[in-house]
Structures are given as structure tokens and as C-alpha cells.
Write a protein of this length. Structure first.
Length: 163
């Protein structure tokens, strides 16, 4: 019984740690094009697959942010487009208790990590419904992507200040 009351008092104490809460996850935009059907269905495919990711965040006020993860998959066979899918998977997040320095990293890493499985499911589902073999997007290390972007920006600033 003493353990129960102790855990209750711990759960009601305010914490100094920040909080990230999902308010809503939704598809903001979706496009699928397969311009060379049905001809591509009769060919043996050995396509080139090109996948691009990007994310952007928008402050909605009152600690709420919209984060949009854009995924573009282009599949070509010998200079012909087999299909193109573009997904903008979005979410509204309440983020509080983090420093101003931490917030950009959370918006660029934690939120896209939450959105990615939803975008992966949409891509897989739409491609299959389009009559093509399932495509599974490999996990993305958004922490590494963010670190590389910061490094690229620092190098660009250094080059600009050197001139």
C-alpha cells in the first residue's frame, strides 16, 4: 500500500523535463502517378528507385507545432517513369519545457521519427494498390540527417565569412 501512495505522489510532481505530445497525425497531401501503365505491367522491371525526404515545421502558437514530413519516391525504368509517389505526412505536436536551442532539434528529429512509420505505410499501400510490387522504405536516422544539415550550414557560414 505504501508503494501505491509513493507512486501517486511521484506522478503528480512537476518535472523539469520537456514534454512532447501528439495532438493529431494526418496526410496533408498525396499524389500517385503511373503514366506508362499498362505497358509497364508487361515488361520485366529492373527499375532505378530514387527516394527523397524533407521536413519542415511551422509554429502554430501556444506550444503547438505542425511538422510535415515529405517523402518522394520516383521509380524509373530506362529513362521512363514507372511511378511517382509524393506523400506529405503531417502532425500537430504540443512541445513544452525545452530550451530554445533544443526545440529545432526536436522538430527536425523526434517529430519526423514519429511521422515516418505513417508515411512508410502510405507509400507501401498506395504503390501496391497501383499494381506494383510492395516497396518498403528503410528506416531513416533523422538525428544523423539533422547533424549533417547543421554541419553543412556551419561550413557554408564559414565559407561565406572567409570571403
Amino acid at each position: 500500500m505504501a508503494d501505491d501512495s509513493r507512486s501517486e505522489s511521484n506522478s503528480t510532481k512537476p518535472t523539469a523535463a520537456g514534454q512532447l505530445a501528439i495532438q493529431k497525425i494526418y496526410i496533408k497531401d498525396l499524389s500517385f502517378e503511373a503514366p506508362n501503365t499498362p505497358a509497364v505491367f508487361t515488361e520485366k522491371l529492373n527499375p532505378a528507385v530514387d527516394i527523397h525526404f524533407s521536413s519542415e515545421a511551422k509554429d502554430l502558437g501556444e506550444n503547438q507545432h505542425e511538422v510535415v514530413l515529405s517523402v518522394t519516391v520516383t521509380v524509373n525504368q530506362e529513362q521512363r517513369n514507372v511511378y511517382l509517389i509524393e506523400v506529405m505526412q503531417a502532425g500537430i505536436f504540443t512541445i513544452s519545457g525545452f530550451s530554445g536551442e533544443q526545440l529545432p532539434a526536436i522538430l527536425a528529429t523526434a517529430c519526423p521519427n514519429i511521422l515516418f512509420p505513417y508515411a512508410r505505410e502510405v507509400v507501401s499501400d498506395i504503390v501496391t494498390k497501383g499494381g506494383f510490387p510492395q516497396i518498403l522504405l528503410s528506416p531513416v536516422n533523422f538525428d544523423m540527417v539533422y547533424a549533417q544539415e547543421l554541419k553543412r550550414r556551419q561550413q557554408a557560414e564559414f565559407k561565406a565569412s572567409a570571403h
